[in-house]
Design a protein around this ligand. Structure first.
Ligand SMILES: [Cu+2]
Length: 177
């Protein structure tokens, strides 16, 4: 009779032990949001013409600065002319902020896209930059694609354009104005 009573009490205790154990295990599941690499563009949306403009992006993961990004590159193109754009390597400045510099030689609507590869992820936010006071009736619609084809396509980022390529790009852009 005594034995029977003891086991009767022990069963509910075990059940309580189990359920509280499960709750404790849940935080050990992979927190996907914490692994997500986030990139915030810090460059203003309106800048002056013929003055050096800082291209900057902050890379973070789980609220912490990412100072070991594999690469952060800034793609810059004038609206409607993404095929004539340029790619500039960003350098780590401090606290997860990567920077590069550019000077826009004429008024216009431009776009910058920060291509960041860090912690096994590739993030590429885009931002519009209005340079000077462009004649909006002359601005072509942005024809860039937001879809990332695949990582193989991004291998092309590594073939850094030479100075020659960049100056010829600028000349071509001037023809359109
Ligand atoms: Cu990219």
């Amino acid at each position: 009779m005594k034995k029977w009573l003891v086991s009767f009490i022990a069963v509910p205790l075990l059940l309580v032990g189990c359920s509280s154990g499960n709750e404790a295990e849940q935080p050990n599941e992979i927190d996907v949001a914490a692994l997500e690499v986030k990139v915030n563009i810090l460059t203003p949306e309106k800048v002056a013409v013929n003055e050096p403009v800082e291209l900057a992006a902050h890379v973070q993961q789980n609220g912490e600065h990412v100072n070991d990004a594999g690469s952060v590159k800034f793609e810059i193109w004038e609206s409607g002319y993404q095929d004539q754009g340029q790619m500039i390597d960003g350098e780590l400045d401090t606290d997860g902020v990567y920077k590069a510099e550019i000077t826009f030689d004429h008024d216009g609507v431009y776009y910058m896209r920060a291509h960041a590869t860090a912690r096994g992820m590739h993030v590429m936010p885009k931002q519009k930059i209005v340079v000077g006071n462009p004649d909006m009736t002359q601005v072509k619609d942005d024809n860039s694609s937001d879809t990332m084809v695949d990582m193989g396509d991004h291998g092309d980022h590594d073939t850094t354009e030479t100075e020659e390529d960049l100056s010829s790009t600028e000349k071509e852009t001037e023809h359109n104005h």
